[in-house]
Unconditional design. Sequence first.
Length: 83
Amino acid sequence: METYAIKNLSFRYPETGIDVLKDITFSVNEGEFITVCGPSGCGKSTLLRHLKPDLSPHGVLTGEIFFEEKPISDLSHREQSSK
């Protein structure tokens, strides 16, 4: 079962015209361990902050993020905290 599924995710901060994240697609299965790495300023923290809606930065987001097959934006605060 996929814990996270990210599909065609792109993100742009409002003060720039440049996509920080561009067309990212991947999934993380239950029990799987992944590493996000890259140079400073490449979007690692921005990507990870989108996995918790309360921490998502302001800007233009396109694409979809699912947690346990539900759109992450549909999760309640309680579900976000407990899982």
